[in-house]
Structure formats: C-alpha cells, structure tokens
Design a protein. Structure first.
Length: 576
C-alpha cells in the first residue's frame, strides 16, 4: 500500500515537472506550424505572381508582335509615303510646267492680240486711204493718164503690189486670229489640267496626313501599353523576388525552429531517460530495502522462535531438576510440554510460512504491477517514438520539399541573373560598339568654332523659320529647327545628359540632350532602335540613333533643334 502511494506521488511529481516542457514543445510546434503556413501563403502568392508575370509576358509578346507588325506597316507606309512624295513632286513639277506653258501661251496670246490689233489699225488705215485715194475712178484715171507703155506697166505693177499686200495682211490677220482661238482653247485645257493636278496634290497630301496621324496614334498607343506592361512586369518580378527573399528567411527561421525543437526533444528525451533511470534505481532501491526488511523480519522471527525454544528447554530442565522425585509426573509433564512445544512450533512454523507466503504474494503483486507499469511505459514510449518518427519524417519531407522549392527558386533566380548578365553584356557590347563608331565618326567630323558639332551628314533640306509645311501644305508655318536629309547615324552636337528618349507624337522617336547653361538639343524622326536612354551621359559625337521617318514626316531625315532657356534658336548660328 505504501509502495503504491509512493509510486503515485513520484508519478505526480514527474508529470508536474514535465508539464512545462510539454507546453514548450506544444508552443514550438505551433510556432513551426505558423511559420509553415506563412511560408505556404508566400509560396502561393509567388505562384500567383508567376502566373501574372507569364500573362504579362504573353501580352507583352503580343504587343511586341503588334509593334513589329506596325513597324512593318511603317516600312510599307514609308514606301507609300515616299511614292506619294515622289508623285507629289512629279505632280508639282508637272504643275510648274503647266504654269510655265500657260505663261508662254498667255504671252503668245498677248503677242497675237497685239499683232491683230496692229493689223486691224493698218487695215482700217488702208481702207480709209482706199476709200479716199484709190477709188475706181482714180485707178482708171491713173491708167489712162499713163504717158507710155512703160509708165502704164509701172503703174499697173504698183496697183497689183498694193492689192497683193492687202491680201497678205488679210491672210496674216485670219491666220493669227485662228491661232489666237487655238491658243485660248489650249490655255483653257492647260488650266483645267493644272487645276486637276492641284486637286490631286491636295488629296494626296490630305491622305498622307491622315495615314501618318492614324499610324502615329496607333504607335503611341502600343508604345504606352508596352511601357505600362513592362513596368507592371518589373513590379511583379520585384515583388516575386521579395517573396523569394521572405521565403528564404522563413526557411531559415523554420530550419532554426526545427533545430531548436529537435534540441528540445533531444533534451526532453534525455531528461525522460534520466528520470526513467532514476525511477528504475529508486524502484530497485525500494525493492532491495523491502527484501532486506523481509529478510530482517524473517531473521527476527527465527531468533524469536529460537529464543522460545531455548526458554522451553531451560524451563524443561528446571522442571526436571525441581521435580526429580516425581519422574513419572515430570515425564508426563515433559511429554505434555514437548507436545505443547511441538504444537507451538508447528503453529509458529505455520504462522511463519503464512507470513512468508503473504510476503511472497506481495512481492509477486508488486513485481506484476511494476512489470505492467514498465510495459505501459514501454508502450507509451514506443507510441511517442513512433509519433516522433512520423513527425520527423513529415518534417524531413517538408524540409526536402522546401529545399527543392528553394533550389528551384534559386535556379530560376540564377537563370534570371544569367539572362540579365547576358543582356547587360550584350547591351554593353552594343554600347561599346556604338561609342566606337561614334568616336570614329566624331573623329572624322569637325566641330565649328563655337564648339558645336554637326549632328548628321547630308544637306539642309529645310531651314529654320517660316515655310510652307511639307505635309499639311499650310503656308506661313514656323519651322523651329532645320531638316538634314540623309540616311546615316545621328550624333550628339555637344556633350550632355539624355533627358528624353522615346516616341512623341509628331516628332516620332526623338532624343533630347541637356548640355547645361540653359542649352539643350532635340533630334527627331529617328528609327525606333535608339542608342541611348534617359539619364545616360553622352559625349560629343556619340551616336544617339539612326535617321528615320517616324512621326509627321515625308521622308528619311533628321529634324534638329537647339533650345536656349526653353526657346528654339537658329541652329545654323552654331553649326555649319
């Protein structure tokens, strides 16, 4: 009974001692589970971002394809524009020829009209003279009054010459009047043809303006969408990278937490093993003390029996000595005493045997209870071990999965870093090549005395100032720069910093460079593959791009502006 009480008290003490440790383990497992959930949440978000990035890239690919199609349309439209421009130039040349022909015909008409008027005056004068001097009577008188045949012949020749001259004048007058009518009809036809050509030129210009405006709007829309999707993709990739960093941090926290839990479990197992060892030692000590107590009681019982036997023997001897006379009676008494003693010994032996049986029964019961407790402890320990094994297997599987995800993320990040490095290297090589070419071109070029460099090779096709707009045909349109016709590279007129490098409405693809001290330059109508970007520092002569015809343009050329304190100035005052 006492042993059961002691075992119960010890078990209560062990449970009380182990309770905080169990709470700590439970809290650690809850913390680990929270970290796992947070990690799963981040991984789900990362997967969502991956899907969004794929969709954005797909849309960007579609936009890129659309942009390429637009560029193809641009090339086609540029060819059409070039053809229309050539047609317009031809039509303008024909119109100029028609105008020259009209001027020539007007001059011929004026000459014919003047000749006809002069002949009319001459005929009128001759008619009046004929009426007054050369009437039929005078002619007859002139013939009759001839002195001789020779005089008659002479006078008849004068009359014949006069009549013939008048007939020639009349014939010339008739011929010139017919030529005048023919010239007036021809000039009317030429005017109608010139008006038709002028209408066709205006229609071609209007068609050209509409096509360029529509294409500019479409390019602007695609460029804005592409830039917006690129920014969104960069934001999603940045967020995904941050999530990957958080995942790595959580993996480190989870690993640290798992190591801490493993250490706590190891310490707990060591503590439980130590407690079991102490409990086994305590049980063995109690068993040894119990056995010693039983052996001591047995010895005390045997000593008591031995003392009783000695006392009985001494008493029998005293009675034999005292009652020597009454031998028979003594004998009987001794026999009775012996019988009593034997009976008493038997009873004591029976009591001793019963006591030993009871002690043996108690030992067997205690041993059975100890064996049951040990079996239960072993079963509980086995269950805990199996549970730990399952938890460790699950944790190991999760760690492997996390490691695989981390490795996949690391491989993806490494691939992205390699791709970025390759893109950067390619960009650096392209930039180096562009700088080399620009340096070579800059070396081949010469700066003006003012320190400004001519930005491109070619002739000035349109100067600074008022002009007739080449696309709209509007007269009195102010040209804020100069146009350099050609098809080569475009270089920085002076060193500076790029403040704009993108598509911009009527300018098309353009670059703006700030040179400091209030000066800046603009390069417009460039091809889409610009050589510089915003924020980049460029040197004098460095290539900015290639001549094109993007924006509101009628052919491949460079529109070049110099701005001072925000207002344009004549570039020809700075370059030659």
């Amino acid at each position: 009974m006492k042993k059961k009480l002691i075992v119960g008290l010890v078990s209560s003490m062990l449970l009380t001692t182990a309770a905080p440790m169990l709470d700590s383990v439970v809290q650690a497992e809850e913390s680990l589970e929270a970290l796992q959930k947070e990690k799963e949440k981040i991984e789900n978000r990362s997967e969502e971002l991956g899907s969004v990035i794929e969709e954005t890239e797909s849309e960007m690919n579609s936009l890129e394809q659309e942009r390429q199609e637009l560029e193809a349309n641009i090339q086609s439209l540029q060819i059409t524009i070039q053809e229309l421009t050539e047609d317009v130039e031809k039509q303008e040349g024909l119109l100029e020829e028609k105008n020259k022909e009209i001027e020539k015909l007007n001059k011929e008409i004026a000459d014919l009209t003047e000749a006809i008027e002069l002949r009319n005056e001459k005929l009128m004068t001759q008619a009046r003279a004929t009426q007054t001097k050369w009437n039929p009577t005078n002619i007859i008188h002139m013939i009759i009054s001839a002195e001789d045949i020779s005089d008659l012949i002479s006078r008849m020749g004068v009359i014949t010459t006069l009549v013939s001259a008048n007939q020639t004048v009349v014939e010339d007058q008739r011929r010139d009047q017919e030529a005048l009518v023919e010239a007036e009809s021809k000039i009317q036809l030429e005017k109608e043809q010139a008006e038709t050509l002028l209408a066709e030129v205006k229609a071609n210009r209007e068609e050209l303006t509409v096509q360029k405006a529509e294409l500019d709007d479409e390019i602007m829309y695609v460029a804005e969408r592409y830039q917006m999707n690129s920014a969104e993709k960069d934001q999603f990739v940045s967020e995904q990278f941050e999530l990957a960093q958080e995942t790595m941090a959580l993996n480190a926290d989870i690993k640290a937490e798992e190591e801490r839990i493993a250490e706590e479990k190891r310490l707990e197992e060591e503590r439980i093993a130590e407690e079991k060892r102490q409990e086994a030692l305590r049980i063995a000590k109690e068993k040894r003390l119990e056995e010693e107590r039983i052996a001591r009681e047995k010895r005390e019982e045997e000593e008591r029996i031995a003392r009783a036997e000695r006392l009985a023997e001494e008493k029998a001897k005293e009675e034999a000595a005292a009652k020597a006379a009454a031998a028979e009676k003594q004998r009987k008494a001794e026999e009775e005493a012996a019988v009593l003693a034997a009976q008493q010994r038997r009873e004591e032996a029976a009591q001793k045997e019963q006591a030993e049986k009871a002690a043996a029964e108690r030992r067997r019961e205690e041993q059975r209870q100890a064996e049951e407790a040990a079996a239960q402890a072993r079963a509980e320990e086995k269950a805990r071990a199996e549970e730990r094994a399952r938890a460790e297997a699950q944790a190991e599987a999760e760690r492997k999965a996390a490691a695989e995800r981390a490795a996949a993320a690391e491989r993806a990040a490494e691939a992205e870093r390699k791709a970025e490095a390759e893109r950067k290297a390619a960009a650096e090589r392209a930039a180096a090549e562009a700088e080399r070419k620009a340096a070579a071109e800059a070396k081949a070029s010469t700066s003006s005395n003012s320190g400004w460099l001519r930005p491109a090779s070619g002739y000035i096709s349109s100067p600074y100032g008022y002009r007739t707009h080449p696309v709209t045909g509007q007269r009195g349109s102010f040209h804020r720069g100069i146009d350099i016709a050609g098809s080569g590279s475009i270089r920085a007129a002076r060193a500076g910093r790029v403040t704009a490098a993108s598509y911009s409405g009527s300018y098309g693809y353009r670059v703006i460079v700030d040179h400091g001290n209030g000066y800046s330059t603009l390069y417009a109508h460039m091809k889409s593959n610009l050589s510089v970007s915003v924020g980049q520092t460029v040197s004098q002569g460095q290539q900015l791009g290639i001549m094109g015809t993007t924006g509101r343009s009628t052919g491949v050329h460079l529109h070049f502006e110099i701005r001072k304190n925000g207002s344009t100035v004549n570039p020809m005052n700075y370059i030659r």
